[in-house]
Design a protein around this ligand. Structure first.
Ligand code: CDP
Ligand code: CDP
Length: 222
């Protein structure tokens, strides 16, 4: 079974999905983290695309969800914190717009979800990667709210950035992610729209958990 949540940066996808996964004891997959790991490889190759593709093929990228945290590994090293830097955030949408990179990440994800029940978050999961997902959500919130949320996170991790920088990064990524030619950020026709601007985190978690339980119950009946 696969449940997907797509939407723009800071709408609440990954923290909500993580909380739902912990509550229902299912697996969580953060597809954005995989694009961030690919971006780390790109930066390690000094932005040389040819070197980057060679390196990406040779790299071992793996991940797991443990103790409510999604861990991403590059060649056996836990890079989960490193991939949250502003430098990665500033380059990730460019790297993710490349169709070869997308094919690479999609293959990684499709292999792993065969083995368990997953809730995954991203941009194109409901439209391109898992069009037959059992349940799809599209999570949105206004830009100001999303920037403030992300700013609080970045500030509490001790990084020195301003609210305006965070807002600009989010707006630039929204723009690139929505307008790229390969698998842009887009709501699937059959996705349930959730606007979290005025919702509490607990309401989001409860809403999605209830929907998932209903689907599981109806699948068990058939
Ligand atoms: O957590 P945040 O919303 O800041 O971003 P993320 O989920 O870590 O995703 C980082 C970037 O990866 C996005 O801005 C997209 O450019 C890209 N991405 C994508 O293209 N497709 C996905 N399924 C997930 C992420
Ligand atoms: O994955 P995405 O980029 O969509 O967002 P996130 O990484 O889950 O970040 C959203 C942040 O806003 C987290 O710190 C949440 O705790 C917080 N938040 C939320 O998701 N929903 C609310 N209603 C209020 C706060």
């Amino acid at each position: 079974m696969i449940v997907v949540i797509d939407g723009p940066a800071g709408s609440g996808k990954s923290s909500t999905a993580k909380a739902v996964a912990a509550k229902l004891q299912i697996q969580f997959l953060d597809s954005g983290a995989l694009y961030r790991v690919a971006t780390l490889v790109y930066l390690n190759c000094q932005k040389d695309y040819q070197k980057f593709f060679e390196q990406l093929e040779e790299s071992e990228i793996s991940f797991h969800f443990k103790k409510k945290k999604f861990h991403a590994f590059l060649d056996g090293r836990d890079v989960s914190d490193e991939i949250r830097s502003m430098e990665i955030s500033e380059n990730v949408s460019e790297v993710a717009s490349n169709s070869d990179v997308r094919a690479f990440v999609n293959q990684l994800m499709r292999e792993v979800v065969k083995q368990n029940v997953y809730i995954a978050d991203g941009r194109d999961l409901g439209t391109a990667v898992f069009p037959d997902a059992d349940l799809k959500f599209f999570m949105v919130a206004d830009l100001e709210t999303r920037a403030k949320r992300r700013f609080e996170e970045v500030k509490s991790s001790g990084k020195n950035v301003t609210l305006e920088e965070v807002k600009q990064n989010i707006a630039a990524r929204d723009e690139k992610d929505s307008n790229r030619s390969s698998d842009p950020l887009k709501k699937a026709d059959d996705a349930i729209l959730i606007d979290t601007s005025e919702m509490t985190f607990e309401e989001q978690v409860a809403f999605i958990s209830t929907e998932i339980k209903e689907v599981i119950a109806s699948q068990n009946k058939t």
